[in-house]
Design a protein around this ligand. Structure first.
Ligand SMILES: NC(=O)c1ccc[n+]([C@@H]2O[C@H](COP(=O)([O-])OP(=O)(O)OC[C@H]3O[C@@H](n4cnc5c(N)ncnc54)[C@H](OP(=O)(O)O)[C@@H]3O)[C@@H](O)[C@H]2O)c1
Length: 284
């Protein structure tokens, strides 16, 4: 069953293949969502400083009844922090907000601040932020470290100087948006990719081509989309606070044929409607 399956990161840490995304789950609802997910069998929870719900996520982790070392908790350093001292303070801030002694994975949320996404040159700032993550990793506060929304040049900027290489790159990956070259580059550098917005932020639910394929497998569109990202070799991070959706999103123990994987890989569906205002859906 997918909930029991893991990948192994370069540092040797096991990461569950399916996780719970928590963007847009309010802080006061996050503990309930985490507890529901853990009761269903989820062991991987993804949050970020920017989501404003680390406190609630941490409360859920601490009170869910499953041992801390059986859970995998990720958070992300705010995209705006591009200096060493700020990053050190923010890592401590996440530990305090979550109320945890350690975090399983911490990512630099974006190579640029959100208001300059895919804009200016933050190479030096990213190296400084990375050094702070490395130091917290070496101190045992972070069990693994990585990046998010990093393109090849952003990864090279870190790989050229780092002591610990990024273990994860969390990227926008869904049927309709499969960055094949970047996925191949990450694989060549042993950087595991996590697929965020695997259901295209909900926008793919109405796609007739995907719905027809899901029908052929007798599964739902979210199940097909989640399975697609897992079969690509990525961690899938669907978001929901609805326990019924959590349950069905984990029922993905079927196999998409090579032909259908090719069809999904070649599909282009990047219309995020009103959510295109978010930098990550801006097409940059
Ligand atoms: N690193 C980054 O920059 C970044 C950017 C975006 C997202 N992320 C991460 O990735 C996670 C997921 O991305 P996302 O939140 O954008 O989108 P998503 O998981 O692709 O889609 C979420 C939407 O799908 C709906 N949904 C989920 N399961 C469903 C089901 N079984 N049936 C019907 N609808 C279902 C949800 O509604 P309900 O809540 O009603 O179920 C919600 O509207 C985030 O929460 C976050 O952790 C990271």
């Amino acid at each position: 069953m997918i909930l029991n399956e893991t990948y192994t990161l370069t540092g040797g840490v096991q990461i569950p293949k399916l996780g719970l995304g928590t963007w847009f789950i309010d802080d006061d609802k996050a503990a309930r969502a985490v507890k529901d997910a853990v009761a269903i069998g989820y062991r991987n929870i993804d949050t970020a400083q920017a989501y404003g719900n680390e406190r609630g996520v941490g409360e859920g982790v601490r009170s869910c009844g499953v041992a801390r070392d059986e859970l995998f908790v990720s958070t992300k350093l705010a995209a705006e922090i591009k200096n060493y001292d700020g990053a050190v303070a923010a890592i401590e801030g996440s530990l305090a907000a979550l109320g945890l002694d350690y975090i399983d994975l911490m990512l630099i949320h974006s190579p640029q601040p959100w208001d300059d996404f895919r804009g200016g040159d933050y190479a030096e700032g990213n190296r400084e932020a990375w050094r702070a993550l490395e130091d917290a990793y070496n101190a045992g506060k972070l069990r693994s470290i990585g990046v998010s929304n990093f393109e090849q040049k952003d990864l090279e900027n870190i790989l050229d100087v780092c002591a610990v290489a990024p273990q994860v790159n969390q990227l926008l990956v869904h049927a309709g948006n499969t960055p094949a070259e970047l996925l191949a580059y990450c694989e060549s550098k042993s950087v595991l990719v996590e697929a965020y917005s695997p259901i295209a932020h909900g926008k793919i639910l109405k796609n007739p081509e995907v719905a027809a394929m899901a029908d052929r497998y007798s599964v739902t569109v979210p199940q097909l989309c989640i399975r697609y990202t897992v079969q690509l070799g990525t961690v899938s991070l669907p978001k929901t606070a609805n326990p019924e959706h959590m349950r069905s999103n984990a029922e993905v123990d079927f196999v998409i044929s090579d032909e259908d994987m090719d069809t999904l890989r070649g599909m282009r569906a990047r219309d995020y409607g009103e959510d295109s205002v978010f930098p990550v859906y801006s097409g940059k």
